[in-house]
Design a protein around this ligand. Sequence first.
Ligand SMILES: [Zn+2]
Length: 93
Amino acid sequence: MTRRPRQVGVNVIVHYRVARETGATIAVERTGEGSWLEQEAGWMSYCVNHSQVCWHPTRALAIYHAAAPSGWCGDCARIADGTSPRITTGKVD
Ligand SMILES: [Zn+2]
């Protein structure tokens, strides 16, 4: 599901989705100027449930990785491999 861009601090959330593989809610954000998180990458996938971040050079990569958080979020990886229970409360508000 896509929503309109929303400013969060100096970052802008441009995309939200509930990852099918774990049920976690993932935000795709454009890092803002002056952000303490700012890196050369410029884009990030953010696991809202586990507060994990994965940096990307392009928006397309950030959206691509938002669909598969088990590749970069350790807690999501434990859900994907069956160690932890799936998240059932994930939603796009
Ligand atoms: Zn996660």
